[in-house]
Each structure stands twice: as C-alpha cells, then as structure tokens.
Design a protein around this ligand. Structure first.
Ligand code: ADP
Ligand code: MG
Length: 250
C-alpha cells in the first residue's frame, strides 16, 4: 500500500532563493509526524506546498497514491487535506459550537454532505469534537471571548470537523504557556488513529510531549529524521537547532 502522503525530491525556488531543496518524506495514514527547525528553515513553505499554495519547481507530491502537485488548493482540500494556519481563523461572533458546525459543513466534500450527514449527525459529531478539544463548558460562548489557548483548540477542532485524512498544524502552540502547550500535545495525540497529523513547532517541551517520529529541517533541507530521543542526541541537530531553540526559550 502506498503511504497517505509522499513528497518526492521537492524543491521550491522563490526567485533564486531555495526555500526547500530536494525534500522527500512519507507519512502513513493515521500517523503522526513532527516537523521542527529554526525560523526560516522552510517549515511553513513545506505546508504551503502540500496544500497547493506554493508550487514546487521540482519534485512531486502524492496523496493517496495520486499526484496532487499541480492541483488547485480547493481540489487538494476536497481530497482530504486540511491546514490550520499560525493565525486563528475562527469566526469571532459565532459561538464555539457554531464554529464547529460551520467548519464541518463548509469543508466537507459535497457528496458526503448530501449522503451521510443529517443535522442530528452533524450535531452529534460537533458535540464529540467539542469534548475532544475540552471546550464543553465554553460551548455557547462567542469565540471572541475565548482565552488564547482555547482559541487555538477551537481552531484545531475546526480542522478536525472537516474530517480530513491529513491535518497540517503549523505552530499550534504559538504564544501558549507550558500548561496549555501540554494540553495541546494531549489533544493532538488523541487525534492520531483517526487522522494523520503533520505538526510543525519549535517548542521542544511540546515536541517531547508528542514524542513521535520527527523530521528536522534546516535551510530548506532535511537534516535528520528519527525519534525525539535520536534527534535530541544528534550533534548536528544540537548545533543548528537545539542551541538556538534554547536561546529562544530563555
Ligand atoms: P519557517 O516556517 O521554517 O520559519 P518559512 O517556510 O516561512 O520558514 O520560510 C523559509 C524561507 O523562505 C525564509 O527565508 C522566508 O523568508 C522565505 N520565503 C517564504 N515565503 C516566501 C515567498 N513567498 N517569497 C520569497 N521568500 C519566501
Ligand atoms: Mg513558519
């Protein structure tokens, strides 16, 4: 069986600046992949390229065994990839529950919307996601009134509500304290098995809490892949990334 996602020798060139060079990676269905690397390493560009917002200048991207490299973003979304951005995309005047319902409807493939989801089923699924993201007691609060961490969890819930097979989470812990960061790791781990998740971050406490297979990007190239422990023990990673990350945290 082919992997859910495969990048084959992907290169992205922004007018002569190579944001990604010869990047290859695969992700199995329902699996977790962590992507780390210092600022400017090309992490967000990698996400943009998967979702079709940035076009590779060389290489291919396969999703469910089919090339998606040249497809428009909307078509890629329809095939089952959903991306969460660094900045919240929630609708502030709608309640938490309404945000989940809107997101579940808007992004679902039209045939699924017609054939499978009755309003009662949609409601039940939204309630289930509400529980997954731990916001049951915030159900009817306008999203604008949520705390920073809660907004991030709602956003993750909205991505989950699309029912996409692959969720791309770009820095979901941005601006969070240690407790919220820990909770976010637990939330993401609870999604594995139902969705594949590619999560980008540079917070090492978060990466250690996730404790999954990790890819380190540096200057647009894959520097190292392995378990968090292997990444931690790698001298080259320490030199280019962990040293700097410690400075950032301090
Ligand atoms: P990261 O998310 O790892 O911090 P990015 O993928 O955002 O890094 O950026 C990688 C590099 O590509 C950076 O040097 C950035 O300035 C550059 N870059 C990103 N997007 C563009 C663009 N649209 N045009 C030109 N350069 C870009
Ligand atoms: Mg980024």
């Amino acid at each position: 069986m082919s992997p859910l996602l495969a990048l084959e020798n992907v290169t992205v060139d922004f007018d002569g600046f190579k944001a990604l060079t010869d990047v290859s990676l695969t992700l199995e269905a329902n699996a977790l992949r962590i992507l780390i690397g210092p600022n400017g390493a090309g992490k967000s560009t990698l996400c943009d390229t998967i979702i079709g917002r940035v076009r590779p200048t060389a290489g291919r991207i396969l999703f469910k065994g089919e090339a998606i490299t040249a497809l428009p973003e909307q078509e890629i979304v329809k095939r089952g990839i959903c991306r969460k951005f660094q900045t919240p995309g929630i609708l502030p005047s709608l309640s938490v529950m309404e945000n989940l319902l809107v997101s579940g409807r808007k992004n679902r493939a039209w045939w699924r919307a017609f054939t499978t989801a009755t309003p009662a089923q949609e409601m039940a699924r939204a309630e289930e996601i509400l529980e997954t993201i731990g916001l049951q007691d915030r159900r009817d609060v306008p999203a604008a009134g949520l705390a920073h961490g809660e907004k991030q969890w709602l956003e993750i819930g909205m991505v989950v509500a699309t029912d996409a097979d692959l969720l791309l989470l770009d820095e979901p812990t941005a601006g969070m304290g240690p407790q919220d960061t820990q909770r976010t790791a637990e939330l993401i781990l609870s999604l594995i098995g139902r969705h594949a998740v590619l999560v980008i971050d540079h917070d090492m406490s978060f990466v250690e809490a996730l404790n999954g297979f990790t890819t380190v990007l540096h200057q647009g190239q894959i520097l190292k892949e392995g378990s968090v422990a292997e990444i931690r023990a790698d001298a080259a990673v320490e030199a280019v990334y962990l040293g700097r990350a410690k400075d950032e945290v301090a």
